[in-house]
Every structure is written in C-alpha cells, then in structure tokens.
Ligand binder design. Sequence first.
Ligand code: GLY
Length: 329
Amino acid sequence: MINRRKFISRTALAAMGILAIPAWLRAVKAASPVFPLRGNTPMVISTWNHGYEANEAAWKVLESGGSAVDAVEQGVRVPEADPDNLSVGLGGLPDRDGHVTLDASIMKGNGECGSVTFLEHIKHPISVARLVMDKTPHVILSGEGALQFALENGFGKENLLTEKAKKAWEEWLVKAEYEPVINIENHDTIGMLAIDKQHHIAGACTTSGVSFKMHGRVGDSPVIGAGLYADDEVGAATATGMGELVLKTLGSFLLVEFMRNGYSPQEACEEGIKRIVEKIPGYENFQIGYLAVNTSGETGAYAIHKGFNYALFRDGKFELIDSDYYLKS
Ligand code: GLY
C-alpha cells in the first residue's frame, strides 16, 4: 500500500511529468512535436491489393467531407461483398467444419468502438460492429448473440459459403491437415485507417480469419488493441496476418503507444514486428503486416516477410505499395 508521504511525492513527480515519461522520451517528444501538425489529410490506407478498391469507396466519403468512421465502414464493405475474396466476408474460406465465421471491429479516434466475433450468415460484419458501437452499451457481441442483434437490426441472413470456397474446403478435407501458413497471396484481413477533413481518425478491420481454423477460433481483427486501435491525439494502427501473434503482443495498441511516445509510424511498425520476433518462438513461420498513421497523416508499414503490400490514397496520389520487411534472407 502507498503511504501518504509516498503518495504526495509520486503525485508531485507525476505533476512534473517525471513518472509518466522517461528522460530520453521527453527529449524525443520535445524534438519532434508529432501531435499538433495535422497535415496531409484526408487520407486512407489499407492492407493488401483488395485495399485499393476499398480505398476508392472510402475516398468518395472523405472527399465529400464525410467522416473517417463512415469512410472506413463504406471502404471495407467492398471486399466483404466480393464473393471472389477468400479472406473477408462473403466467399471467405470456412473453418474446418465448413462454417464461414466472421470477425470485425471499428474504432473512432475519440475511443468509441464496437466489434463482432464468430458471426455467421451476415455479409457485412463491419456494419454490425458499427451498430454495436453506436447503439449498445457494449464493445463486443459474439456468435449467436451477434447474429440475433444483426437480425433484429434488419440485416439479412445469407449463405456466405460460395461454391469456390466450398470446393477449396472439400479439397482441404481430403487430408484435413490444420497448418496455418505464411500468407503470400496478397490478401488476408482488410485493415483500413482514415483521417477525414475534420482531422478525425478512424479504423476498421474485417476478416473471415484463418482458413480451416478450429470451430470457434477468434483472431486479432475484432479485438480492440490487437487488430485495430485509433486515438485522435496520436494516430491509428491495424494488423493483418496470423492473428495469434498480434493477440499475444496486443499489436495495434502497442504501435499507437509507440507513436504516443515519439516514434514515427514507420518506427512504430518496425518496433511492433521486433516485439513479435523477440517474444514469439516460431514467428518466422507466419506473416504479419502492420500499418500505422499519425495525426499528421504520416504513414508506416512493416511485415515479417516479403509480400505484404498496402493501398495508400493521399495528396491526389492513389498507390499500391510494397511494404518493407524483417526477414531479408
Ligand atoms: N488476422 C486475421 C486472423 O488471424 O484472423
């Protein structure tokens, strides 16, 4: 227990900022005032090739003065509705029992957030997550409860298992070996971050998760702080790849906290990957890709392996960019 004298001296130190921030960090923060710059907006960044079409939808919202949260919701609905996309929404590869189960989260820079996990039969889990944020006192709804909430709010129940995904599952069933692999196929979860003309930041993250996963498995994407985090005072981050590694290091929250402490978005992404490398044996068997943006609209991206790319729309330039990565040989 802290006695009164200790409490007073801690309070005094905290008031001077000494407990909260180490000396080296105070120097970094003084040298690089990240927070007040606020340029380079609107902008939107998102994971993988499918981020390009998603960004186009988000950009329409941002360009017309819409909010970052509307932009990211509208943006990620594009791959969610694409039956040819095997890792998000409709057409996502099922779990090993043949169920397409979806995870999604959405977060505003003011701290409001919502998510759904293990949701079946609903093509747009991101919009259910949005309603969890806007209409309930909760952050996460899961499984049957999330489905019930969606149906009560007018979402239609659909079969999300397309013929293409069913065929892939049936081929997998022949051996039924559960071996999550490095993703080199230029798609996976879509994580999207945007800043609007009012300088508010928001993010969305949505996925069908690891293909042929155990029934009931939930990844990082719907876990606020793991697959997604946003803070108007600092920036935002999102993750793609093997969710267990991101969950074990609470990756997106970690990246935002690195930025809060003076790191650039690129440095934050690299430190986030370094944390995985240092803490998780066998990390080299999996891919993780991180994206981060600060309130100035500066961006960062980093992955474990070659092959991660992202779409960045900013300053009238619409680009698909290959990310730098850790394992160079
Ligand atoms: N990153 C998506 C997942 O692991 O489910």
